[in-house]
Ligand binder design. Structure first.
Ligand SMILES: Nc1ncnc2c1ncn2[C@@H]1O[C@H](COP(=O)(O)OP(=O)(O)OP(=O)(O)O)[C@@H](O)[C@H]1O
Ligand SMILES: Nc1ncnc2c1ncn2[C@@H]1O[C@H](COP(=O)(O)OP(=O)(O)OP(=O)(O)O)[C@@H](O)[C@H]1O
Ligand SMILES: [Mg+2]
Ligand SMILES: [Mg+2]
Lengths: 261, 261
């Protein structure tokens, strides 16, 4: 039912990429076939999942946007992980996105090319988005999505300020482009129960979004999660015994339940 | 000599806003008169420094960009802190920036209006920038700046990936718009000496940027820094005895030394 999912939040460093990567890896461990689309010109997801020796010759999301002849399929490549495919990003996406803006149809190009045939090949299509509210990349991602997840950093002084901002943008996407776009849920990330900020946020976040919209699973702060990404690995490949691996696996199970219902 | 300073890094959550706010507060404590410009549509700096009862009636950076008659001076307002003035941001900057793109002169509007008279009123003009590499807001900030600071999160798995990206963009700014733009330095933020990632990063960051470009002062991870921002305070107002306050005060002293030489 919900198959194409954007991981999105304007706030920087709240765990979008970390979630796109490790949710996908967890889903793969649960037997799901996953396509990850890196819509962020920063290419952090690309760095973790992509084979650096192959990336220079592969077509990326830039080719998809630039090339009139391009299909999404022609930009799909393998990752280091058997059950995960990816459409990679590239630094050129920074300049490409500026050029794309002049043509309104470019705002919905991803949706236009996300065919039924392509959807049949995967259980889930997970999109990592840049912190670019209202921008052409975020619009492409959200207009093509069935649902979206909002990671929120529990220690983030500005977490709640971002809530209202996302809501306004989602409203306009629903109105103009994608009336059935669903919020799958808010994922609490970097939870640190020793901290007073976390205690306060664990009350404030449900108040801001509505308790029913918060995933039961929280991702606790676990230095191994960052260490894994720094080594270009998923947490499962780095050390599946870490708390971070358990958290993301439990999150993936809850996610499957919520999106299959 | 260096007076107008951008705090910039494409990577989200590396401490740009936290540094813009607390460096400015530290400078004020050292007797400096500071103007803070919030160029980020997220308005995190605005939330910390601005009086919420006054903000709705004040002109912001949006009015500066939108209004042909606007001057920078007409958009300057007080903050809760006597020695700090600000040009505030507003949510509308997300949509405004998209409209501005069509007119090339809008990319350098900040510089065009940053007059000698205005510069005389302040010791420093500190600009908080959004994570929008190559975008119109970052271009305005950097083309108007004498120098820039790059905060880098020591626990950040993607910190070094961003280094190369900034360098490329700065190169094009220097070539086309601002040949004398200087990197004042790289500020190591959220340093946590208990962590193995920090140990590795404290070697990797100087290697990536060059040892001479790293500020000697590092900002250690200090939950009070985040708690302060969450309460819309600077760390000094929240609790000047905290390690975070000492770190930012020492950083401000080093910053004054580096920018006056
Ligand atoms: N030294 C520190 N110790 C603890 N928390 C910190 C520290 N510095 C920043 N933080 C917290 O980390 C989070 C990210 O910081 P901040 O918002 O300043 O980053 P940013 O680079 O401005 O992010 P964005 O890309 O969204 O603009 C905030 O919640 C902030 O309060
Ligand atoms: N649960 C966690 N425990 C420890 N570190 C984490 C955790 N989740 C994320 N991190 C680290 O926090 C930093 C920010 O995470 P990430 O890059 O995923 O955020 P983001 O929202 O994608 O940022 P951006 O806005 O730049 O795209 C990274 O260095 C990451 O490794
Ligand atoms: Mg990311
Ligand atoms: Mg910021």
């Amino acid at each position: 039912k919900i198959q194409v999912v954007s991981i999105t939040n304007q706030k920087g460093g709240c765990g979008k990429t970390t979630t796109a990567v490790n949710l996908s890896a967890a889903l793969a461990r649960l037997g799901q076939k996953v396509l990850v689309i890196d819509m962020d010109p920063q290419g952090n997801t690309t760095k973790v999942l992509g084979d650096p020796s192959m990336l220079p010759q592969w077509r990326t999301i830039v080719d998809f946007f630039d090339d009139e002849e391009a299909t999404l399929e022609s930009c799909i490549n393998s990752t280091k992980y058997k059950e995960i495919d990816a459409i990679y990003s590239h630094l050129d996406l920074f300049s490409t996105k500026i050029r794309l803006i002049s043509e309104p149809l470019n705002y919905v190009k991803l949706r236009s090319y996300l065919s039924k045939e392509l959807r049949k090949k995967y259980n889930y299509i997970i999109i990592d988005t840049p912190p670019d509210l209202g921008g052409i990349l975020m619009t492409n991602a959200l207009s093509a999505s069935d649902g979206y997840i909002v990671p929120v950093g529990t220690e983030d002084a500005f977490a709640l300020q971002g809530v209202k901002q996302i809501a306004t943008f989602i409203k306009s996407i629903r109105k103009g482009l994608n009336p059935t776009l669903e919020m799958i849920g808010v994922l609490i990330t970097m939870r640190d129960d020793r901290s007073n900020i976390t205690k306060a946020m664990l009350q404030a976040i449900p108040n801001a979004f509505g308790q029913e919209h918060i995933f039961k699973t929280c991702i606790k702060r676990n230095v191994a999660i960052s260490a894994a990404s720094a080594k270009n690995m998923t947490i499962f490949k780095y050390d599946a015994k870490q708390q971070g691996a358990k958290d993301y696996l439990n999150f993936a199970k809850e996610f499957i339940e919520k999106t299959n219902g």
